[in-house]
Design a protein around this ligand. Structure first.
Ligand SMILES: [Ca+2]
Length: 362
């Protein structure tokens, strides 16, 4: 490659590498003719143009002109242009200038990279510092919330005053609460005394009600007895001054007596032969044609062999069943209650717990 070609390449290279570019800054108007595409240039013209470009770039990079790479005076360059060694020296100078320019550009790039790195590091360090400051602020807030004793004397005094104020306010609230409780207790005492009085009144009324119920119950029993007596005389059979009523219910001796008494009567207690005959006839007619034993109101439960009526009177007339093989009473202490047979009206001693029909008198 000849010197002319190198010069053209350097020309375009320097145009591209120039800071800000030649295109960025409009060319200063000169008296030199403008070059156009297709114009033929001599070696001197090309050298002159390259020298001007390099000189402009060097002045921009080093305005003091102290750089060792400063371009020589154009007149000196023109004077030396006729020298045969001047072409080789100028070529070497251009290469040195190009290398210096490359190094300068590389240094600027390194500086820019360092500046960017420093900015990145500063940004990172700022973010870290911000995070650390935020954490410290949070810790300070938490410590201020949990802090019991301030670090400074004024802070300690204010905190103590606040604590005392809080304690006094709580004590005042407790005192007011106790006062309210006392008032409520007083009201409860008044209500309790009222309730006690009301309970006493209720108890007295309940006693009165119980007395009334007792009297009503007694009256009911009396009425039931009167009703039983009326029913016995209406449904049963009247014999002299009393009435007999037969019941077809199987009951023990004691239950039969209670049922007769609740209706105002007792088990039948005939006292003489006339009454025995009338009672035997009534039972015979009630159960005919069958023969059933029927309880009457005579027993020797109090003393063996001493037969008494249910009213406590001693029996003076007996009508025991008599047979050559069987003679009544024969039960001893095991059979203490008396029943009569419906077919002949004879007496038999039986176990008092045995359940059989019974006849009442009213
Ligand atoms: Ca007996």
């Amino acid at each position: 490659m000849g010197w002319c070609c190198k010069g053209l390449l350097l020309f375009f290279f320097c145009q591209a590498w120039a800071p800000g570019g030649r295109g960025a800054e409009p060319a200063e108007p000169t008296a030199e003719p403008q070059l156009r595409r297709g114009d033929s240039l001599t070696a001197q013209e090309i050298e002159r143009i390259i020298g001007q470009i390099l000189q402009e770039d060097l002045q921009k990079a080093d305005p003091t002109g102290e750089s060792p790479l400063a371009m020589p005076d154009p007149e000196e360059k023109t004077a030396n242009s006729t020298d045969t060694k001047g072409g080789a020296d100028q070529e070497t100078t251009v290469e040195v200038l190009v290398k210096a320019k490359e190094e300068e550009v590389a240094q600027e790039e390194e500086k820019e990279e360092e500046v960017l790195k420093e900015q990145d590091e500063e940004n990172g360090s700022k973010e870290e510092e911000r995070e650390v400051e935020e954490e410290e602020n949070e810790q300070e807030n938490e410590e201020s919330l949990e802090e019991v004793s301030p670090t400074t004397a004024e802070g300690t005094t204010s905190a103590v005053e606040d604590n005392f104020s809080y304690i006094f306010s709580r004590l005042s609230a407790i005192e007011s609460a106790i006062h309210r409780l006392n008032v409520q207790f007083y009201g409860m005492d008044v209500k309790m005394s009222q309730y006690s009085q009301n309970f006493a009144k209720l108890r007295s009324k309940l006693d009165d009600t119980q007395d009334t119920l007792t009297s009503v119950s007694e009256m009911n029993l009396r009425n039931q007895r009167h009703i039983g007596q009326i029913e016995g005389c209406l449904k049963g059979r009247r014999v002299s001054r009393r009435c007999y009523l037969f019941f077809r219910h199987f009951e023990s001796y004691s239950n039969a007596q209670e049922l007769c008494h609740s209706r105002g009567g007792n088990l039948a207690m005939p006292i003489d032969q006339q009454e025995y005959a009338a009672l035997a006839k009534y039972i015979h007619e009630s159960l005919y044609p069958f023969n059933w034993p029927v309880w009457i109101g005579i027993n020797d439960r109090r003393s063996e062999g001493m037969y008494l009526y249910e009213n406590g009177h001693r029996v003076s007339y007996f009508n025991w069943y008599k047979d050559p093989l069987v003679t009544q009473p024969n039960g001893g202490i095991l059979e203490n209650c008396v029943s009569i047979s419906s077919d002949d009206g004879k007496w038999w001693d039986n176990d008092c717990t045995r359940r059989m029909y019974y006849v009442c008198e009213y």
